[in-house]
Write a protein that binds this ligand. Structure first.
Ligand SMILES: Cc1cc2nc3c(=O)[nH]c(=O)nc-3n(C[C@H](O)[C@H](O)[C@H](O)COP(=O)(O)OP(=O)(O)OC[C@H]3O[C@@H](n4cnc5c(N)ncnc54)[C@H](O)[C@@H]3O)c2cc1C
Length: 490
């Protein structure tokens, strides 16, 4: 009997959990073949040290949101657990499949997986179409043409989601397929602290930002508590692809045309452009996941101290601004830019720890973990690029400037509540008499600082400034500038 397999377009969802402006999905639907939306919860990622349950909850919530939108079309996302190649193999037994997905600039593990999928697809004669989604381009030798490529990508019209009737695989066919795989429970426990995943939530955040929250963007961007409201908070939605950067940028242009102007929008617009700029850097130099981009810094050897790392991770260093920020991050998955830079600066410079000792822990905490921003930013804050000004944040000065009344510190370090405001950022300055008066005992109620922040700052600064004179650091800095900076950068 001549049995011919039916065609099936498989849209392999990764960090692109949306229906609108989804180029891969759009192209799959253009073929008019039956189409399946697939998400694979991959064992390799479920067990990887960069990922944590908060990420998978966000992904699950995003898929639940897609399923709610897809219900009217009598379809849903096929969600399975396993290895992608095994899942494709199983689908291939029943259908003649064509793969559609977006390119991913991820960690080494996903890069190797993609290469394995490519080899598998070639061996099986399966066509795999990959599309851009971030304005990040593969195999660029330098940035000479990048900004033009990026602008052209961002100015393209958005892709509409408009499937032909019955084109998406029906619920019945999907449940027939489901039994062949290990399923995944999509239930999550919602916490009031975590931003909920989903395309419609992304739009809600975008609308409320332009509905008024943006007005204080510039004023509050560095304030640990107020930034939570006045910044867009789009980062997890962009990182997991609940919304495309093109949608955010085009909306920003529309808002400007309708009269929204001012420094807030200019400043926000620049940050939107930084997103792809950083990811492009990582795309072109992905060894940054493991080693400093500037090879001159590979000679820098630091002793890993588990006691320091544990104190930092659990918010027990005795420096209130650092501890409050760390506890807040662990509890909520979010910190504004300045607090991220401050906690990284503290552990790397003042506790003199290698950045490689903190990158996985931080990745697990940030709900918006985006490898292409994460690794370059950590190295920039570590002062190991050779091209950025060395900044060692003073946690006391930052506390006094950005949390003057100590509201943020008190929220996350309730054990300081007995202290008068003037000691909230420097509890070690309390005198023995005041200690008795306020019934607050340093070392018992709250730790004494684990290091002398002035001495350690001075040592880190001296070492790093000396290293900047090293010939390999200088040679590498030139190479990095040639390869990664835009031609018109001053
Ligand atoms: C050590 C460190 C690690 C970081 N890791 C991440 C990460 O994994 N994922 C991530 O999205 N951001 C990361 N950032 C950048 C920045 O802190 C966050 O993008 C921002 O705080 C997210 O809040 P928001 O969406 O309200 O930002 P907004 O200020 O409203 O900005 C809007 C968008 O612009 C982009 N953006 C903003 N600031 C930056 C920046 N400095 N570099 C690149 N893109 C930027 C993001 O996509 C952000 O969602 C990191 C910063 C540091 C210092």
């Amino acid at each position: 009997m001549n049995f011919e397999k039916k065609e099936l377009s498989v849209v392999w969802l990764k960090r692109d959990l949306r229906l609108s402006d989804h180029e891969a999905l759009n192209h799959a639907l253009e073929t008019k073949s039956p189409c399946l939306l697939l998400y694979v919860f991959e064992e390799i990622l479920l067990n990887d040290f960069h990922y944590s349950p908060r990420h998978f909850d966000f992904i699950k919530q995003s898929i639940v949101d897609l399923n709610k939108q897809l219900a009217v079309l009598n379809t849903q996302v096929l969600c399975v657990k396993g290895s992608v190649i095994e899942v494709f193999e199983t689908l291939l037994k029943r259908y003649s499949i064509t793969l559609y997905s977006h390119q991913e600039t991820g960690i080494g593990l996903t890069f190797s997986r993609d290469k394995a999928v490519k080899r598998w697809a070639n061996a099986k004669g399966v066509v795999w179409h990959e599309f851009l989604q971030q304005g990040v381009f593969r195999r660029l030798p330098n940035r000479k043409k990048w900004i033009h490529l990026w602008s052209a990508h961002m100015n393209q019209p958005l892709f509409n989601f408009s499937p032909a009737e019955g084109q998406l695989l029906s619920l019945q066919l999907i449940s027939d397929l489901e039994v062949q795989f290990e399923g995944m429970d999509l239930n999550t426990t919602q916490s009031k602290w975590f931003q909920p995943g989903g395309e419609r939530n992304a739009l809600r955040y975008l609308n409320s930002f332009y509905g008024g929250r943006y007005l204080n963007y510039q004023k509050h961007i560095s304030k640990p508590d107020l930034a939570r409201k006045s910044c867009s908070r789009l980062s997890p939605y962009i990182a997991w692809g609940n919304i495309s950067m093109r949608q955010v940028l085009q909306r920003t242009e529309e808002e400007k045309e309708q009269g929204k102007t001012g420094r807030a929008l200019t400043s926000f617009g620049s940050r939107l452009r930084w997103q792809a700029h950083f990811i492009q850097k990582f795309e072109m130099e992905c060894r940054m996941e493991h080693e400093s981009i500037n090879k001159g810094y590979h000679a820098l050897v630091k002793e890993k101290r588990q006691d320091y790392l544990l104190a930092w991770e659990t918010g027990q260093t005795g420096i209130p601004m650092v501890d409050a920020a760390m506890r807040c991050l662990v509890a909520t998955g979010y910190l504004n830019f300045r607090m991220r830079a401050l906690v990284v600066s503290f552990v790397i410079h003042q506790l003199w720890q290698p950045w490689q000792a903190i990158s996985c822990f931080l990745a697990r905490q940030f709900l918006d973990f985006e490898p292409g921003i994460h690794f370059p930013q950590i190295q920039m804050q570590a002062g190991e690029t050779g091209i950025n000004t060395l900044r060692i944040y003073n946690p006391v000065k930052n506390g006094m400037e950005h949390d003057k009344e100590g509201k943020f510190v008190l929220q996350w370090l309730p054990e300081l509540h007995k202290l008068p405001t003037r000691f909230l950022h420097t509890p070690w300055e309390i005198t023995p008499m005041e200690s008795t008066l306020y019934d607050f005992h340093l070392g018992k109620d709250y730790p004494a600082p684990i290091v002398d922040i002035e001495k350690t700052r001075e040592k880190a600064s001296r070492t790093l400034w000396n290293l900047q004179k090293n010939s390999l650091v200088k040679k590498e800095s030139k190479r990095i500038l040639n390869r990664h900076t835009l031609p018109n950068r001053n």
